[in-house]
Write a protein that binds this ligand. Structure first.
Ligand SMILES: Cc1cc2nc3c(=O)[nH]c(=O)nc-3n(C[C@H](O)[C@H](O)[C@H](O)COP(=O)(O)OP(=O)(O)OC[C@H]3O[C@@H](n4cnc5c(N)ncnc54)[C@H](O)[C@@H]3O)c2cc1C
Length: 467
C-alpha cells in the first residue's frame, strides 16, 4: 500500500521534503525528534487513512494538537506524526452555548470565536497552548474555580479510532468514551472535533502584586491561609520568579527574585472578594497594578513568558497546604534557581473542580487545594542537567505537603505504573476497560499511556462488541 493516495487531502512530508524540519518542531526546544513522516491532516477522513496505512505498514503513530506537551509526547523518532494543526476552525452556536473546535485548535482560536459573543470555554492561561492535549488531560485556568476544568466542558467529539473508524461521540451515544475523554488523555482515539460547553464572560477585574524576596515567605503563607476562603468568582495564581522590567515595578526590583500573585474577579464588578483582598494585603506588596480587561486579553497575558523554542522541563505536584514551612521551602527553591527564565508556579484549585462527582469523569484529582509546578526554562543546552535537577529537587522538597497524584499534562514520560498510580485503582480499571474496547493494540501510546490488558484477540472481541 503506498501513501498518500489521491483521497488524502492533507500534506505528507518526508524527511527530504521542504518544510519537514519546521513541521517537526514542538514548543519545547529540548525535543529534537525525527518522525518517519508528518501527515498534516485536514479532516477526520485524512486521519482515518493515515491510521489505516500505518497499521498496514506496521509503523507507530503519534498525535499532535498544539505541540505544547512538555515531554514532547506528540512526536517520536521513526513514527508517523498525525499533525492536526490544519484543523483549527472554531464555530459557535450562541443559542446553545456550544462551540465546535477542530482537534488542532489553539486556545486563542477558541477564545477568538467565543469571547466576542460574551462566551468562553474554561481553559489554560497561555493562548498558544493546544486545546487537544489540554482538554483531554484536564485543563486548569482562570475560570476553573468558577466553572471547573476544560475536560468537564467536553460534551461530544468526532473521534477517529485506531482502526480508522470515525465515531460521532455524544453523552447519549457513547457515555463511556465521553467519560474517558474527560481526563484520560489521548489514549482512545484522535479527536478531530470537540464539542465544548461555553460559559458567559464579560470584562474582568485583574490585579497583580509583587513582593520582594525577603517578604515572599510571609506573603505566600498569607496567600495559603486566605485562599481557601475566597469566593469561586475569584482566582489567584502565584509565581516565584525573577521580576521583569515592567514599568509598574520599581527599578530596583527588576531582575531580582520575587513572589508575584495575580487575581481575577469574575463576580459583580461593584464588589470584590474579601479573602482575595486579605491575601494581597496581609503583607504589603512592593508594587501593585490593577486593570479591567477583556477575557481574551487576559488569556493572552502569559503568552510572552513561555515562548516556543526555549528549553523546558516541568515537574509538579498537588499540595494539601501552603503554610509557613511550605512557603520557606519554595522561597529557598527560588533563590537556588539557576535560570532567570524559570518559575515556580502555584495554582489554587477547589471551587467548581471539587464539586464535580469524582467518579463522573476520568480526571482523577479533584480534592487537592493547591498545585505547584517547578517550570524550568533555559537557553543553553549545557545547562540541561542543572536545570532539570533544580525542577526535580524543588518538587521533591514539597513531599512533606504533597497531596498525592500529579497532573497528567505536566508530567514527563512516565512508565505505565506511574500513570496507573496517578489515576488511582478505580479510575485506572475503568480506563483499561475503555482502552481494551477502543484501542486494544495500543496504537495510541505516544501519551501518558494506559496499557491495554488484552492481547489483540480479546481486544478484537471488545472491538466487535463496540460494533
Ligand atoms: C506555555 C504552556 C502553558 C500551559 N498552560 C497550561 C494551563 O494554564 N493549564 C493547563 O491545564 N495546562 C497548561 N499547559 C499544559 C498543557 O495542558 C499540555 O502541555 C498539553 O499537552 C498541551 O496540549 P497540546 O495539544 O498543545 O499538546 P501536544 O503536544 O500537541 O499533545 C500532547 C498529547 O495530547 C494528545 N492529543 C493532543 N491533541 C489531541 C487530539 N486532538 N486528539 C487526541 N489526542 C490528542 C496526544 O496524546 C499528544 O501526545 C501549558 C503548557 C504550556 C507549554
Amino acid at each position: 500500500m503506498s501513501f498518500p493516495n489521491t483521497s488524502f487531502t492533507g500534506q505528507f512530508l518526508r524527511p527530504a521534503d521542504e518544510g519537514y524540519d519546521e513541521a517537526r518542531r514542538v514548543w519545547n526546544g529540548m525535543i529534537d525528534r525525527r518522525p518517519l513522516a508528518i501527515a498534516r491532516c485536514r479532516d477526520a477522513g485524512d486521519v482515518s487513512q493515515v491510521l489505516r496505512y500505518a497499521a498496514t505498514a506496521g509503523v507507530p503513530v503519534t498525535v499532535r494538537g498544539g505541540g505544547h506537551n512538555v515531554a514532547g509526547t506528540a512526536i517520536a523518532d521513526g513514527a508517523i506524526l498525525i499533525d492536526l494543526s490544519p484543523m483549527r476552525a472554531v464555530t459557535v452556536d450562541r443559542q446553545k452555548s456550544l462551540a465546535q473546535a477542530g482537534g488542532g485548535a489553539l486556545l486563542r482560536d477558541v477564545d477568538g470565536a467565543t469571547v466576542p459573543l460574551g462566551l468562553a470555554c474554561p481553559a489554560g492561561v497561555v493562548s498558544h497552548t493546544g486545546l487537544g492535549g489540554l482538554a483531554l488531560g484536564g485543563g486548569y485556568g482562570w475560570l476553573c474555580r468558577k466553572w471547573s476544568l476544560t475536560c468537564d466542558h467536553i460534551v461530544g467529539a468526532e473521534v477517529v479510532l485506531a482502526d480508522g473508524d470515525i465515531l460521532d461521540v455524544t453523552e447519549e451515544s457513547h457515555p463511556d468514551l465521553v467519560w474517558g475523554l474527560r481526563g484520560g488523555g489521548g489514549n482512545f482515539g484522535v479527536v478531530t472535533r470537540f464539542t465544548l460547553r461555553l460559559r458567559p464572560v464579560g470584562r474582568v477585574a485583574y490585579r497583580s502584586a509583587v513582593w520582594r524576596s525577603e517578604d515572599a515567605p510571609a506573603a505566600l503563607a498569607a496567600f495559603g491561609m486566605h485562599a481557601p476562603a475566597q469566593s469561586d468568582d475569584s482566582q489567584i495564581l502565584g509565581a516565584l520568579k525573577y521580576a521583569s522590567s515592567a514599568t509598574w515595578l520599581p527599578a530596583d526590583l527588576h531582575g531580582t527574585p520575587v513572589l508575584g500573585l495575580s487575581s481575577v474577579w469574575f463576580g459583580d464588578p461593584e464588589s470584590s472578594d474579601n479573602a482575595a483582598d486579605a491575601a494581597f494585603a496581609t503583607v504589603p506588596p512592593a508594587a501593585v497594578t490593577t486593570r479591567v480587561l477583556s477575557f481574551a486579553d487576559l488569556q493572552a497575558m502569559g503568552d510572552e513568558s513561555e515562548p516556543p523554542g526555549w528549553r523546558y522541563y516541568t515537574k509538579s505536584c498537588y499540595l494539601c497546604d501552603v503554610g509557613t514551612d511550605t512557603a520557606e521551602a519554595l522561597a529557598v527553591a527560588m533563590r537556588t534557581n539557576p535560570s532567570h527564565l524559570s518559575t515556580v508556579d502555584l495554582g489554587f484549585l477547589g471551587g467548581a473542580i471539587a464539586r464535580v462527582d469524582p467518579a463522573g469523569t476520568a480526571f482523577p484529582s479533584r480534592s487537592a487545594p493547591f498545585m505547584c509546578a517547578a517550570s524550568a526554562a533555559w537557553l543553553d543546552p549545557a545547562g540541561d542537567q542543572e536545570n532539570i535537577a533544580w525542577s526535580r529537587a524543588t518538587i521533591a522538597a514539597m513531599s512533606p505537603w504533597a497531596d498525592g497524584g500529579a497532573y497528567v499534562n505536566y508530567m514527563q514520560h512516565e512508565p505505565s505504573e506511574v500513570v496507573a498510580a496517578l489515576y488511582g485503582a478505580d479510575h485506572h480499571r475503568r480506563l483499561v476497560e475503555l482502552k481494551n474496547r477502543y484501542d486494544p493494540t495500543n496504537v495510541f501510546r505516544g501519551n501518558q499511556n494506559i496499557s491495554p490488558t488484552t492481547g489483540s484477540d480479546l481486544g478484537r472481541r471488545y472491538a466487535k462488541e463496540r460494533e
